[in-house]
Design a protein around this ligand. Structure first.
Ligand SMILES: NC(=O)c1ccc[n+]([C@@H]2O[C@H](COP(=O)([O-])OP(=O)(O)OC[C@H]3O[C@@H](n4cnc5c(N)ncnc54)[C@H](O)[C@@H]3O)[C@@H](O)[C@H]2O)c1
Length: 243
């Protein structure tokens, strides 16, 4: 494994499980000092430099987390805004949906990204270098039925990524998004087998991806090699949607 991130400080939000955890471990394997904030850090804590249990929808928690990262590890070189989720069991047809659920999904999947970026971008801008990678979803591009609130949040991430990329590009900071398709994580345990079979059938590659498939793309976008790529949303979904 290359060590593209030796001495770099990398933050992964929602890095306790799933795609976030796989990406945190990938960065750590490549030499980074990795900090994770997650509701549950019990599994990741022994494997990264700093793991803080906390809710990314709480501004004070997020502020205190970044204060600790900077004090204990140093300025943040890479921010992976991974945290997010659909309404899961509360999800369903938009005509039956309620505002409390939309607010939950938008808060956890979109505002968390703005909040962490707002905290970290000024330092990156001042230092003239940095990488921000945001978590979108191919559900936003496809417009998956039953996920209107989630698609709204994840397409919001695309717009935010483009606007922030334009603001920060002159300062040596890139901002990109990744849009996974179906990736095998804990969230998938709640999806009915017939729904998974339908997703697989609609995926040209014919299989469900692994968290490592997304981690590889995030690491590339965060690397020095990706210096001329910014404002992009790159799907990692076996061809389910093609931009
Ligand atoms: N798995 C997929 O198929 C898929 C596809 C596209 C996009 N995504 C996106 O990838 C990201 C990660 O999803 P995953 O599948 O790895 O999920 P996961 O449930 O396996 O992991 C999510 C992690 O986020 C943490 N978390 C949730 N809410 C939090 C909060 N408010 N504050 C702090 N931590 C919180 C959880 O504790 C968990 O460790 C999400 O943004 C999701 O929308 C996933």
């Amino acid at each position: 494994m290359q060590a593209r991130f030796s001495d770099r400080v990398v933050v992964v939000t929602g890095g306790g499980q799933g795609i976030g955890a796989a990406t945190a471990l990938r960065f750590a394997q490549e030499g980074a000092r990795v900090a994770v904030v997650d509701l549950d850090c019990s599994e990741i804590a022994p494997r990264v430099a700093l793991a803080v249990a906390g809710d990314c929808t709480d501004a004070a928690t997020v502020g205190a987390f970044f204060d600790r990262v900077e004090a204990e590890l140093g300025p943040v070189d890479v921010l992976f805004n991974n945290v997010g989720q659909s309404a899961r069991e509360k999800g369903g047809p938009f005509v039956e949906s309620d505002e409390a659920t939309w607010r939950f999904v938008l808060e956890v999947s979109l505002l968390t990204t703005l909040r962490a970026s707002r905290r970290i971008a000024p330092g990156m801008r001042a230092r003239g270098r940095g990488r921000i990678v945001n978590m979108s979803s191919d559900a936003a591009q496809v417009g998956d039925a039953g996920l209107a609130d989630y698609a709204s949040a994840k397409m919001g991430i695309v717009g935010f990524t483009r606007a922030l990329a334009r603001e920060l590009a002159p300062h040596g900071v890139t901002v990109n998004a990744v849009g996974p398709g179906a990736i095998r994580t804990r969230a998938h345990e709640q999806i009915k087998p017939e729904v998974l079979a339908r997703i697989r059938a609609g995926t040209p590659a014919g299989f469900i991806g692994e968290p490592a498939d997304v981690a590889a793309l995030v690491a590339f976008l965060a690397s020095d090699e990706a210096r001329f790529i910014t404002g992009q949303t790159i799907l990692v979904d076996g061809g389910r949607w093609m931009l």
